[in-house]
Design a protein around this ligand. Structure first.
Ligand code: PEP
Length: 260
């Protein structure tokens, strides 16, 4: 499969934002404004309590939902946790290993790997976030960090499991800072990630969807989408603004043909 054939994926991570009313309003505005494009998958990733009401609101639309994380456990006495099994009937995707979970909530590579497995077991498509901190980047350790994160979560996947995984390359220093990576830096890491998958999973690696995340806006999105190994974006801040978010969706169409 060539870059031109991989379907774009634009996912909006609302993090811990929106009240119930704001969530419904935002979803409706996005549904109204975003073009429905056959080659673009649009995913909203709201806080857990808004998932079920949004399923109702989005019925009949092509927009699907995702979870922001899931428990590493199946079920049981884990107060406050939300399992993949609970959200699977309502969500197509789930983020695992977001840097905020790793950094603020102590999620180790092992925990992230367990979450990825449980997500797959319940039929969800995990969006695995990988990326280096500023210190790691300055120490020249970007690929070392990304490799460690990929190996821990993905090395023992079957081909069928690998087909359902999406990778989001999100340099930690670019998240929420208004300072995105350059498209060419993001492309080099995305290309490296794809090679890593192709070495282990053959052609499935060529089909893998790789997103860039970190201060993506409607204005800078076209630059990232021209990169041959970037298949979309994981969007934080700009996903809370329907005009911005739909501008990012539309930016996929500004790319005429992507080279391999
Ligand atoms: C994110 O949290 O995954 C993210 C990319 O955030 P932002 O777009 O705000 O940088």
């Amino acid at each position: 499969m060539t870059a031109g054939e991989r379907r774009w994926l634009i996912a909006g991570n609302w993090k811990m934002h929106t009240t119930y009313e704001e969530a419904l309003e935002l979803a409706e505005a996005i549904q109204r404004r975003c073009p429905s494009l056959p080659n673009v998958e649009v995913i909203l990733i709201p806080p857990f309590p808004w998932i079920v009401p949004l399923v109702e609101r989005l019925r009949g639309s092509s927009i699907a939902l995702g979870g922001q994380t899931c428990s590493a456990y199946d079920q049981g006495a884990y107060t406050g946790e939300v399992s993949a099994r609970m959200i699977a009937p309502f969500c197509r995707y789930v983020i695992v290993g977001h840097s905020e979970r790793r950094r603020l909530f102590g999620e180790t590579d092992e925990v992230v790997a367990a979450k990825l497995r449980v997500a797959l077991r319940y039929g969800l498509r995990p969006i695995l976030c990988v990326g280096e901190s500023l210190e790691e980047r300055e120490a020249g350790a970007t690929l070392h960090v990304v490799e460690r994160q990929l190996r821990s979560a993905c090395e023992s996947l079957s081909l069928a499991e690998c087909e359902r995984v999406v990778i989001a390359y999100e340099p930690v220093w670019a998240i929420g800072t208004g300072k995105p990576a350059t498209p060419s830096d993001a492309q080099s890491v995305a290309e490296w990630i794809r090679r890593w998958f192709v070495l282990r999973f053959g052609d499935v690696g060529k089909e893998l969807r790789i997103l860039y995340g970190g201060s993506v806006t409607a204005e800078n999105a076209p630059g990232f989408f021209k990169a041959p190994d970037i298949d979309g974006a994981l969007v934080g801040g700009a996903s809370l603004d329907a005009t911005q978010f739909c501008g990012i969706v539309e930016a996929t169409q500004s790319v005429e043909a992507r080279s391999e």
